[in-house]
Ligand binder design. Structure first.
Ligand SMILES: [Zn+2]
Length: 62
């Protein structure tokens, strides 16, 4: 199980997927959705929407 680099929270498959999508496929460092939204200077709601959007597109990372 992967954990958030910042707060050590356990990460869901969706969170790992959005990290790969936003930070690049080969990223080895993962952030939970809260820390990722802070890192990217955006809202968690926007990231949640992106996860849904990527799933609908049938992205293989999810
Ligand atoms: Zn975190």
């Amino acid at each position: 199980m992967k954990m958030c680099l910042e707060c050590s929270k356990e990460l869901s498959k969706d969170e790992i997927g959005i990290n790969k999508k936003m930070l690049g496929k080969n990223t080895k460092e993962f952030l939970c959705i809260d820390c990722l939204s802070r890192f990217l200077n955006t809202d968690t709601e926007i990231l949640q929407e992106k996860i849904i959007q990527f799933k609908e597109e049938g992205c293989t990372l999810f």
